[in-house]
Every structure is written in C-alpha cells, then in structure tokens.
Design a binder for this molecule. Structure first.
Ligand code: FES
Length: 103
C-alpha cells in the first residue's frame, strides 16, 4: 500500500493532479462535490487522464475521448468499456489523504 497526501492549496476546485503511488499513477480531482481519486491510466489504451479535461465530475481522456465519472471510475463515454479503479479520499484539515493498494 502507498499513501498519498495532497495539501488542498495545491488543488483548486475544478482542477486535477496526478501522483505516483507505487507502480500506479493516481488522478486526484477536486470538484464542487468534493475530492475524488481514480487510476490515472485510461482503461481503453493507457493514456494519462490527467492530460485530459475535467468538467464537473466527468474526466475526458485526451487520446480518443472516452469519459469517466471521477466519483466512481464508471465509464460515461466510449470508446472505453471498462471502468477505472477509484479510491477513497480522506480529508483531515486542509490535507487530502488517499491510501492506494498495490497493483
Ligand atoms: S486511451 Fe483513453 S480513450 Fe483511448
């Protein structure tokens, strides 16, 4: 397991950031609904989702345009057909913490 900590000052609302966690890369998003974390690797062809676009709770892959719900990792738009993993985010004061299991 790997623990990621992100000070909220580094992540404005409507923005996203990627962090390495062991062998994984995790995408952390701050939306109006809160903080959410999913795998940064698109389930279609491995593009980096943090290079895409975040609108509300929807992140769009920069390579072929698949969309995922950052709250759950669910697919919202083709060509991806498999969800990305999602991870719980805990907020303590002004620091977000995500515990990421090993691959
Ligand atoms: S790699 Fe993300 S949609 Fe193809």
């Amino acid at each position: 397991m790997t623990t990621i900590t992100i000070p909220l000052a580094e992540l404005a609302q409507g923005k996203m950031i990627a962090r390495d966690a062991g062998a994984r890369r995790i995408l952390v998003c701050r939306t109006k609904e809160g903080l959410f974390a999913v795998d940064d690797v698109c389930s279609h062809a491995d593009a980096c989702l943090h290079e895409g676009r975040l609108r509300g709770h929807r992140v769009t892959c920069p390579l072929h345009g698949a969309a995922f719900d950052v709250r759950t990792g669910a697919v919202l738009g083709a060509p991806a057909s498999r969800p990305v993993a999602s991870f719980a985010v805990r907020l303590a004061g002004s620091v977000a913490t995500i515990v990421v299991p090993d691959v």
